[in-house]
Design a protein around this ligand. Structure first.
Ligand code: PGA
Length: 216
């Protein structure tokens, strides 16, 4: 089975030149690459790290779901724990972003570290079941993000099973949190995740290509 691999570059790198260098090395992998907004056009990347729920207007500093859609972006990460922490995003705000993105036929990668975040975010989206094919869940345990302390696969698998129980077997569930080429196989083979959300290691082209090879 082919797995979905997503690269979350976060707020890296610092120059377009470096971004192009990384992108050119990994673009053939078939992975979803999510660079910072400022590099999206120049790279023609297929993923973004966030979006705003209004289509346009007086929302200084925001980037709308519609702008992403019109740029040809296919996937948007929403509800990442770093946005929950630093931008104080709540499940209600994330829910609005999911609703707007799904309505525009963007594919949403919703990041969670517990089931209640899924339930709360989907609470006000009446028709999410109709869009389930465009909803991907990334299970990212807080302790594992950017720490080098990946979650034991057996423990992660329990969450994968629990998420599928809530949303149905057809929903894709990814694992994220300190994924590298050493542990990637544990999550897709042992713990049967449908793919991986890779942060730090996605900025190292060789390592990332290895992860994709191992997981696909
Ligand atoms: P990490 O980040 O791979 O650096 O732990 C994962 C993420 O935050 O999506």
């Amino acid at each position: 089975m082919k797995h979905l691999i997503v690269a979350n570059w976060k707020m890296n790198p610092s120059t377009l030149e470096e971004a192009k260098d990384i992108f050119n090395q990994v673009k053939e992998t078939g992975a979803v690459i999510c660079p910072p907004f400022v590099y999206l056009s120049a790279l023609g990347a297929n993923g973004a790290q966030d979006c705003f729920y209004e289509d346009k207007g007086a929302f200084t500093g925001e980037t709308s779901f519609l702008m992403l859609k019109n740029l040809g972006v296919e996937y948007v990460i929403l509800g990442h724990s770093e946005r929950r922490k630093y931008q104080k995003e709540t499940d209600a705000i994330i829910g609005k972003k999911i609703k707007a993105s799904l309505a525009a036929d963007l594919k949403v990668i919703l990041c969670v570290d517990r089931i209640s975040q899924i339930k709360n975010a989907l609470k006000k989206i009446e028709n999410w079941k109709l869009k389930i094919g465009n909803l991907v869940i990334a299970y990212e345990p807080l302790f594992a993000i950017g720490t080098g302390k990946a979650c034991p696969p057996e423990r992660a698998e329990k969450m994968r099973v629990a998420i599928k129980k809530v949303l149905g077997e057809s929903v894709l569930v990814l694992y994220g949190g300190s994924v590298n080429s050493q542990n990637a196989k544990d999550y897709v083979a042992k713990a049967s995740f449908d793919g991986l959300l890779v942060g730090g290691a996605s900025l190292k082209p060789k390592e990332f290509i290895d992860i994709v090879k191992i997981a696909c």
